[in-house]
Design a binder for this molecule. Structure first.
Ligand SMILES: Nc1ncnc2c1ncn2[C@@H]1O[C@H](COP(=O)(O)OP(=O)(O)O)[C@@H](O)[C@H]1O
Ligand SMILES: N[C@@H](CCC(=O)OP(=O)(O)O)C(=O)O
Length: 386
């Protein structure tokens, strides 16, 4: 097949940025037919591509949708209510994984994640360590949402965003989102006769998001909108994203040669440490720490750690390692970070020299209240929060 039925106008070929570790996200539309039966054809071509990358010494993680659609095929059921879809995901997950296992020669490893796993610092670090170890031993991790417990994700069709989160989690260089259309068009590719291909998108502006307003295909859930959200998060994390058609032979052959027929959304800047990304994407803080002008300057201008001497006061009851907002004397939010001391202990060492911590508290968690590698400034936070 040279041109997808969902892609009325071809995309020009362009070079891909160099990459060594990539996340490839495969949508339900590529793995199942209209009735939800799992299909070998596209999966087989994608598996060959993955094997080709592996033989070049490159690392690949797969984020695969298709569990709900496969479960639906098994039970000959419509998607139904949320709990019915969760049950279908549970039924369809094993056949979906078995499909990949039969096609990928390297060992494949099932990884089920929910957004909560990425929100909780300890679970996040555990997931990161497991994925790194799987890559180290040469396995291909196959990630999906843990649909049994992920209520919102099923409603939103969030595997695109999950793929961006996984790419950041493992410090990937590249995020490939393979779907049933060639890339981003200026309007819905089959419903809008004026829709034109966009081979490169520098920034996901509201105007670009509006192009994806047409919703998802028959089997997918998020449509282009969640793919653009994912690309925006990846770009902010310093990761390039490519949107491409996963059932177009020409597109897959080009990819094997580091060329793209699709949409490239380049990274905005250098890659950020995964730890800082995690800090940026947390929705809420447990408390506030008010800091003086000298501390504000030291954080902003010198990238310094926050020391107890710069702390004016504490609001909220938080434990050590909680995420707190750092605010100026006037109450302006400066940044956020993981705090080394419990709120009540921090209150007692506020304004003191680091050397006095042990005398005051009887113990010592280090000289900093928030260490520089556990801290992000507001302009960095604002860039990706929504
Ligand atoms: N501007 C657009 N450009 C390309 N595709 C679009 C656009 N707007 C909506 N779409 C739809 O998004 C679909 C892909 O998303 P989705 O169905 O969720 O796939 P997947 O299952 O791969 O995640 C396309 O088939 C297309 O119908
Ligand atoms: N976790 C769900 C996928 C949800 C989803 O995001 O689907 P899709 O839009 O096809 O990527 C499943 O395995 O069916």
């Amino acid at each position: 097949m040279s041109e997808s039925a969902n892609s009325p106008h071809p995309f020009p070929e362009q070079p891909l940025p160099a990459w060594r570790r990539a996340v490839i996200k495969v949508g339900s539309s590529l793995l199942t037919d209209g009735r939800g039966n799992l299909g070998m054809r596209n999966a087989s071509a994608l598996a060959s591509l993955i094997e080709g990358f592996r033989s070049q010494g490159r690392e690949v993680l797969l984020v695969s949708s298709g569990a709900v659609a496969a479960g639906r095929g098994l039970m000959a059921r419509r998607r139904g209510s949320l709990v019915q879809r969760q049950a279908l995901a549970s039924l369809g997950q094993t056949p979906m994984l078995a499909l990949w296992q039969g096609l990928i020669e390297h060992p494949v490893a099932q990884v089920l994640l929910s957004h909560d796993d990425l929100r909780n610092r300890r679970r996040y670090l555990n997931a990161q360590a497991t994925l790194q170890e799987l890559l180290r031993i040469g396995a291909v991790p196959i990630v999906n949402e843990n649909d049994t417990v992920s209520v919102d994700e099923l409603k939103l069709g969030d595997n695109d965003n999950l793929a961006a989160a996984v790419a950041a989690l493992v410090d990937a260089d590249m995020l490939f989102i393979a779907t049933d259309t060639d890339g981003l068009y200026t309007g819905h590719p089959t419903r809008d006769p004026a829709a034109r291909p966009l081979p490169r998108v520098e920034a996901i502006t509201p105007e670009v998001m509006a192009m994806a307003a047409g919703g998802a295909g028959a089997l997918g859930t998020g449509g282009m909108a969640t793919k653009l959200e994912a690309a925006s998060k990846a770009a902010a994390a310093g990761i390039d994203t490519a949107l491409l058609c996963g059932h177009d032979e020409r597109s897959l052959a080009a990819l094997a040669n580091d060329r793209l027929h699709g949409t490239l959304i380049p990274a905005h800047g250098p890659r950020l440490m995964a730890r800082k990304l995690w800090l940026r994407h947390q929705p809420a803080c447990s408390g506030r720490v008010r800091i003086d002008d000298g501390a504000c300057r030291a954080l902003a201008e010198r990238g310094a750690s926050l020391l107890p001497g710069g702390v004016l006061g504490v609001e909220g009851d938080f434990s050590n390692q909680a995420l707190v907002d750092l605010v100026s004397r006037q109450g302006r939010r400066i940044g956020r970070g993981l705090v080394e001391y419990h709120a009540s202990d921090l209150q007692r060492i506020a304004g003191r020299h680091s050397q006095e911590i042990e005398d005051v508290l009887g113990f010592h968690n280090g000289s900093a209240v928030v260490r520089r590698d556990n801290l992000v400034l507001l302009d960095q936070v604002a860039a990706t929060m929504h």
